[in-house]
Design a protein around this ligand. Sequence first.
Ligand SMILES: NC(=O)c1ccc[n+]([C@@H]2O[C@H](COP(=O)([O-])OP(=O)(O)OC[C@H]3O[C@@H](n4cnc5c(N)ncnc54)[C@H](OP(=O)(O)O)[C@@H]3O)[C@@H](O)[C@H]2O)c1
Length: 239
Amino acid sequence: MVTIIGNGKMALAIAKGLNGEVEVVGRDEKKLQKFCTESSARKYHLLNNFDITDKIIILATKPYALDLLSLKGKAKEVISIMAGKKIEEIKKHIKSEIYSRVMPNVGAIHQASTTAVFGSENAYEIFSKIGVAIKVSSEKELDISTAIAGSGPAFLAIVAEAIADGGVLCGMNREMSYEFTKGLFRSYASLEDKPANIKDSVISPAGTTASGIEKLEENGVRNAFIKAIKGAYEKSQKI
Ligand SMILES: NC(=O)c1ccc[n+]([C@@H]2O[C@H](COP(=O)([O-])OP(=O)(O)OC[C@H]3O[C@@H](n4cnc5c(N)ncnc54)[C@H](OP(=O)(O)O)[C@@H]3O)[C@@H](O)[C@H]2O)c1
């Protein structure tokens, strides 16, 4: 059984993915009870002085809480989902035989996370149960994945909102514009080709797509996204 420390959104998504084969640890008994009802988690414990000896721990509190956790004993394995917190830092607060870092994304709520895994085979197997797990070979790659796959859903939400707004600007009603935008993302996800190939297969000489791309380039869309990923990565180094 896996022990999840934290009872927030991501903790709940992971508990559901593991079919409730978990125990949960938190600081608020009411929230823990609700968590167990929603996720079928086996049991809950209060956080203060919780004994982690020989347990497989998934660390799912807010990153700043790391400094405040008072846990006793030595875990078998600690798997942290905290953005930005390096293994060196985690070691200062929690004793364990093995340390792994993983970075799921909000798709975990529907068991459709894209999760970067730096560490053990066990961590890879656990996170394969809530979507697709991808092994990375350094904490740097894990932090870059945080910018792409972790923050990415918020960036794509801005793209989706803007595309739908464009539809409304041209005269389509809001609901229908959202429906087409949603469909666009579904269709795109089904195409597993390289982005450049997808673009080239749609664009035709002097056509509508070419005109749209001209506007995107005029407004520096590529540069804006490159800077967004770089900005999110750089921020992860300062947490
Ligand atoms: N959301 C995402 O898309 C995403 C993606 C990848 C990784 N993550 C990482 O996942 C972790 C949890 O994020 P979340 O989205 O699940 O957040 P959340 O829903 O806000 O849950 C935060 C959890 O942290 C606990 N917590 C906060 N301060 C604490 C403290 N001082 N001491 C003990 N526990 C404390 C909260 O406990 P209470 O309920 O008692 O307040 C709650 O259980 C974060 O480290 C984040 O970096 C999130």
